[in-house]
Design a protein around this ligand. Sequence first.
Ligand code: T1G
Length: 692
Amino acid sequence: MSVVVRYTEQGAVGIITLDNPPINASSQTVREQLKAILDSVRAQPQGIRVLMLQGAGGSFMAGADIREFELDFIPLPDPNDIHGLLESMPVPVVAAMHGHVLGGGLEMALACHYRVAHSGTQFGLPEVKLGVLPGSGGTQRLPRLLGFPLAMELIVSGKSLPAAQALKLGLLDAEFDDDWQEQALEFCISVADKNASHPMLSRLPAVLSDKDKAGLSEKIDELPAADQGGYAMREAARCVLEAAQYDFATGLARERLAFLRCKETNESKALRHAFFAQREAARIPGLNTANLALRSISKVGVIGAGTMGTGIAMSFANAGIAVVLQDLNAQTLERAQQQIHHVYQGSVTKQRLTQAQALQRINAISLTLEDTQLADCDLIIEAVFENFDIKKAIFKRLGEVAKPTAILASNTSSLDVNVLAECSGRPADVLGMHFFSPAHIMRLLEVVRGDHTAPEVLATIMSLAKRIGKVAAVSGVCFGFIGNRMLEGYLRETEFLLLEGATPAFIDKALENFGMAMGPCRMIDMAGVDVAAKVVLEQKKAGQLGADEAYRVAVQRLFELGRHGQKSGLGYYRYEGRNAVEDPAVLEVFKALAKQHDIAQRKDITADEVVQRCLYPLIAEGYRILEEGIAYRAGDIDVVWLHGYGFPAYRGGPMFYAQTLGEQHIRAQMLELAASRGNRFAYWDVPPSLGV
Ligand code: T1G
């Protein structure tokens, strides 16, 4: 068994070092080895007058090993027993921390008598983000240390605190700068000489005033419903309040029962799936990146200074990477400059950035009219509007202008990357990088591997994605890649429901109650009815639309009527500022289209029907995408929808949701829809792999 906890002595200080890479997760082995050391020191202190608990590598401890949650039990030694041991040691125990101190890591620190940390340390109890709650004393010790309101806020939100704030709030006894380990040792010696008893949080009273109890109960009522992603938050809140109701041991036992209940919920299984799927998506099957010489990216060129190009440029500037933003139009560049200043000034106003940081990022982006300025870029991203001929010409030019080792990428949302690669004359250097608007905020990046994309090019961009804070998933080349291809059926059914008499608000509400961040009509109004309509019109021009004359006629008609969405004040809704208001006039448009296409209007459309008709085609397309090898894994498809389209994380993504719902159930329901609605245009065909 490998050594994951080490013990050394320095004078009167016993030093326990957690060494379980990469994040010092509190696994069973860690607990076994830690217990053995504590038992040994307890039995024979031999001149040790203080213990210092620290972590090797990048973090003190970032939590329990989430993989242990798949077990029906918590492998012994129980974390609570370890924490009890720490608290009852005959000598004071000091947690000397750095990096991430999260979940079980912070709970372990709370069981120590003192807590000190490097100034860059982050503290938090993020368990609710995994659909569970602090299961080893956090809901019982934190209120005793910080008081109920603050403890409740930290536990229910799962947010992290920087060391300076932790010190200010009393979570830390001291915060140190660069020679923090030396200073931590000096702190240990200072407490070793104290004769006073050492603070044990479990012995402190948990005092909850009536005022705080009333205030917290109101806040709990505002949490999401238990079946809409709020189960763990509500359970965590209940455990925190119970710290005032029961003695410590009882509160701890009740907390553990609640934790065990939470980890068995679909909400938690979905959130844990999402956690690991996001990390798995970065891995390219069959490619051992350790043996690949990744290309160095220190300067990026972006062609096209429109909304997307400007957002992409800021994504790189945010990561400290120099960017050249190029456009042929001076006015476009001027607007881009204004947008860049506006965004960064806004961040300063909101205190997300200092003025100096904002200036640094603004200065990282240089704007130019000349494409020759791109010649020394390591990566060049084409981000002009979706005109294939213009993109082809750009890639032909890039093949001449870009340096030999440069990677060439297109931000296209649907066009064939292989064609662009051929135009460049160097297809091995070409791939797609599909950013999502607004590109400097949305985390998803669809990385589109071309037929000839070189492995090290793909691996370089996957590594770069993490560096710029994006969540990347690899897609093969097909119309719409993963996300937009699956979106097609979702929007198709949305429009048929509109023609059949459902209002935009009814449809949006049904899907938002399911958990979507934004309903389809509101989403298109925000992204632009014109943008959505042009995708359909481009397909029509290319002869890629099926025989159904009624296909996506609503978005085309709204476009013809100049109802371009939020930006034009009219779309599926009427807008008063950003406020979407239902517009009876648009229902007349849909009614006329229904009559024109001989579609019967109904008054019996239910929210369940909306959810089924919009989600089942989306899920079915996901199965086809897997069948065709466009996506490597079902989890990658979930990552795309969780991080690019607002699919509810507590449902795990469309493919995980299909497993929860049952593939056979979905197959049966689709066959039923085919029978009841007719399947002339194959809208309800079930892919072979769905529900076999
Ligand atoms: N358990 C198991 N594996 C973990 C892990 C964890 N808690 N955290 C990270 N990993 C793996 C991850 O899958 C990846 O593996 C590698 O470590 C690097 O992670 C009892 C019940 C700490 C901010 O929720 O937020 O404690 O892909 O890529 O970007 O009450 O990891 O290399 O094979 O994310 O530098 C509470 C979860 C648990 C923290 C670092 N703790 N982790 O980010 O690296 S529940 C958390 C993170 C709990 C107690 C309760 C991040 C990070 P691989 P990474 P990173």
